[in-house]
Design a protein. Structure first.
Length: 435
């Protein structure tokens, strides 16, 4: 596979949309969990006056037995915070202690808390709530998959970066309403347009309520998470602090890339932002590639699904005649690894267009390779007419494009990926089968 010539990412982004990048610096956070301690019922008033904001379930490496809960508060709690949880409808609850981690970004102090619920039983319905002192919030639903769960559904959202996040909010609402049985959701990077702008993060969180409270969230880092208010790159400080993700064994790159199992599917969530972070924290590419090979070699799951923000193909652009069609740097790095370890499905994003490439192997259309799907756009930042068609495109969404979401449905020997418009209309479907 031959790499095509390309300008630097920073120059390209500035030429197309006027620039953009963010900060970073989330330290490793390992809250301690205390299990087996019964607690008394408390008054339900902790959500008043901003005591609990942006409550969210985060994906863990094995969501069948654990769940990480995070939230913000308008001010630091005066008493220790914890999470109460119980089987749905049961009496006394158990307690998981929460840790505090405060950080400042965009001139705003963030009072953040989080704790991990461990020792859950697979295939059960629980409920949880945040508590501190004599106060507690409302009970929220929490469902664990069975260890051998053969059927489940995930919502896959492309880039949600926006100028007002109203389209993003509507898309989340529609996708959740049309798929009340969804087990978790993914956002494919570029969650926000500017990673340092705290108002955009609050808009993102606001748009995902109540989905993020009731099912786990599995995010991917995008290049816009690395932009500061001056549209210069930095480490993705807000992203790294807002989302605690499964351990990857790296001291320098925790929360950049990770993996988890859901039922009989192994998911790898990758970072493509080594160009943006190299000046501030070098070595991401080498560390991630070594981790990816080791991670894929160890899994024995039936299905393997990879997700990465930047796309594996490079497109021609009408006003940039020197830009050639071919494969991106991300494609030349990751595609041979996906082929070597038998990855079944690869989702990408970044280009704000939905395109199904079919199966690719060694740079050509071939059923021996993974199915590659460019996921589209979930916000209102669109590039009408920007990209020309690629020779490897098998299906292109109707033009001009609107926002869209994807439903990944796993049912035993079948894996189905469907793309939907905001009104729920299905525009593309791919089915993989494996005995």
């Amino acid at each position: 596979m031959k790499t095509t010539g390309r300008m630097s990412r920073r120059t390209f982004i500035k030429g197309i949309i006027g620039g953009g990048v963010l900060l970073a610096a989330g330290g490793l956070w390992l809250p301690q969990t205390q299990v087996g301690r019964k607690v008394q019922q408390k008054a339900v008033d902790l959500f008043a006056d901003g005591d609990v904001m942006n409550l969210r379930q985060m994906m863990t490496q094995d969501p069948a037995v654990s769940r990480h809960i995070m939230w913000q508060s308008a001010a630091a709690f005066k008493e220790p915070a914890f999470i109460e949880y119980r089987r749905q409808g049961s009496g006394d609850a158990l307690r998981a202690e929460a840790s505090e981690r405060f950080f400042t970004d965009d001139g705003v102090d963030n009072f953040q808390y989080g704790g991990t619920i461990e020792g859950l039983e697979p295939g059960n319905v629980y409920e949880y709530r945040v508590a501190s002192g004599d106060k507690a919030g409302d009970w929220q639903s929490l469902t664990t998959p069975a260890k051998d769960q053969s059927s489940f559904k995930a919502l896959i959202f492309p880039d949600s970066q926006s100028n007002d996040y109203s389209d993003w909010k509507n898309l989340v609402k529609v996708a959740a309403a049309n798929n009340p049985d969804a087990n978790f959701f993914v956002n494919m990077g570029d969650l926000v347009d500017n990673g340092e702008d705290h108002t955009q993060w609050q808009a993102w969180f606001g748009a995902t309520e109540p989905l993020r409270q009731s099912i786990p969230f599995a995010p991917i880092m995008g290049n816009h998470e690395t932009y500061n208010q001056d549209w210069k790159v930095r480490l993705p400080h807000a992203y790294l602090n807002y989302f605690d993700l499964p351990e990857n064994g790296s001291r320098d790159f925790q929360n950049y890339y990770y993996s988890y199992d859901y039922g009989d599917v192994h998911f790898v969530m990758l970072s493509s932002e080594w160009d943006e972070t190299e000046e501030f924290r070098p070595g991401l590419l080498d560390a991630e590639v070594a981790w990816l090979r080791d991670d894929l070699a160890k899994t024995d799951k039936k299905w393997k699904v990879a997700m990465v923000h930047r796309d594996v193909l490079q497109y021609r652009i009408s006003r940039m005649p020197d830009r050639k069609e071919g494969f991106s740097e991300e494609g030349t790095v990751f595609m041979p690894i996906f082929e070597e370890f038998g990855v079944d499905l690869v989702y990408t994003a970044h280009l704000h267009t939905y395109r199904n490439r079919g199966h690719l192997y060694q740079g050509k259309r071939d059923e021996r390779g993974p199915l590659y799907i460019l996921t589209g756009v979930a916000g209102n930042v669109r590039y009408p007419g920007l990209w020309t068609d690629h020779a490897l495109d098998d299906y292109v969404a109707p033009q001009p494009e609107t926002d869209n979401y994807i439903v990944l449905a796993v049912n035993g020997d079948t894996l189905t990926s469907t793309c939907h418009l905001p009104d729920g209309t299905e525009i593309d479907r791919s089915v993989l089968q494996k005995a």
